[in-house]
Ligand binder design. Sequence first.
Ligand code: AGP
Length: 610
Amino acid sequence: MCGIVGYIGGEQAAPILLNGLTKLEYRGYDSAGIAVFDGREIRMEKVSGRLQRLKEATGNGAALPGTIGIGHTRWATHGSPSDTNAHPHFNKDRSIVVVHNGIIENYVRLKQHLEKHGYEFVSETDTEVLAHLLDYYYGRTKNPLSALCRVMQKVEGSYALGILFKDYPDTIYAARKDSPLIVGSSRDGNFIASDVPAILQYTRDVFYMENEEIAVLTRDVVSFYSMDEEPVEKSPVHIDWDVNAAEKGGYEHFLLKEIYEQPRAVRDTLSPRIRGGQIVIEELGMSDEEIRSIDKIMIVACGSAYHTGVMAKYIFEGVARVPVEVDLASEYRYRDPIFGARTLVIVVSQSGETADSLAALRESRAHGQKVLGIVNVVGSSIAREADNVMYTWAGPEISVATTKAYSAQLAAFYLLAMKFGQARGALEDSVFSEMLASLEKLPDQMEEILKNRESIQRFANRYLAAEHIFFIGRGIDYAISMEGSLKLKEISYIHSEAYAAGELKHGTISLIEEGTLVVAVATQEKLYLKMTSNIEEVKTRGAFVMALTNEGNKDIEKVSDFTLYVPETNRYFAGSLAIIPLQLFAYYVSLGRGLDVDKPRNLAKSVTVE
Ligand code: AGP
């Protein structure tokens, strides 16, 4: 996510802004900038790359004198990392400047509206729309608060905003919807920030802004308003975290923080692409006719991204009736794959820099194949070299073991499969509508599961000394078992295998002995009976079985030793819910074993070597 800092008080603003942005570096970013009012005009400096470049460009802030300013570290979502796309963004006459964290989902329509009114754009960002829209409404209201309220009524999507108006040099305006924003108050001035670490050294008294609230900060007073310009009373919260805990938003590890960010990552990936009851994936770059012409999809990736591909095979073939091959990128390149003129290659990668996946992309393109990237890091190598890229908007993922990016990748595949199903006439409208309703409910259901982590923590603590743990499932549940097993191995160092439940009896079941933990994933109703018999198979050989199934499936509880339930959803989306207890199980086993949850031994966040 982007980082925002703002300050107004008796001190020079620029050093405080740079220091605050430094404290937000952990969030991941690709460019940075600050804007300061020097008494006559608003001066700005912004650069792509590291914050150090900005510090050098501004003489650690000395080049931008003034006691009121806003700053930003950008995590690109619309428009690759560049000086021009960095924030802050000005209106045309540089009388208004804005920084933004979030996604303006209707920015294309707003941009077209503004261009019709003569506005010109210099960047590729969605954020620049806000600067011109503020200009548009300020020109009509001559009141910053009214102008901001009008903008908030027009904008769809998520935002945390910091704004300066040259005509109001003693005031910072801020607003939020879905993207976090806090206000800090102290004797030496007042602050806005995306997160507590940015201002913790200046104040521990903060106001957490609610959705669609506006903050107005002067040197001495902080006021809050609703979108109707009505005053809002708020009480400050005293923060007693240390800085280290603050960077994780109060969570003990980035991994847990990112597990809990999954509903938002899925919501941010889905909602901009669901409009008026239809799925709109502009970045796909394919007409319905071109989609119909595809006779094979090849999904290529590594690790967890590969597991989303295994899941996608079941979904594409079930929903869109298009044949899908899934390959490990490191295998794909050397098996001399058979390409076809009507094959679509999809390369999935969180980092967009995984050497094996990048090489597989290049191999595919060298054979004239059309490649779609599903990538989390904007402007990364895979994103740049694919013919088209569908971004997952999970925000920066810090923990080495992926969670929220994985979930966002699944969400991207749901959209693609449904889009393909519709275009190919394989998905009836009534079924499409039901699936879309289930899809839009998914983030809320994920949040429900996340509320009950205590039982998983207790169960995990019983298996800290385990040497072997097996995950079994059928179909989509087999794909989920793969990811659950990898999560456990990555961060707890316990040996684990995921097995197609129906295949276990063909050899591997010989490894099951008294007390072996077997995690049986059973979300697919048509396979419940088969899974029940597979559970009985391992139970008779001494296994202890943790079943993971849908609410209401009480039968499997009768044959299992410990049963976890997830809410009912469309069978194709069940993996997004079932993976959460497995992520939490792996997290608590690792925690209980006293291991480095966020930086496991031998692993790198992005494997840029083959
Ligand atoms: C997942 O938890 C691992 N960190 C690893 O398997 C990862 O998924 C794999 O290296 C692929 O990374 P990518 O998505 O950045 O390409």
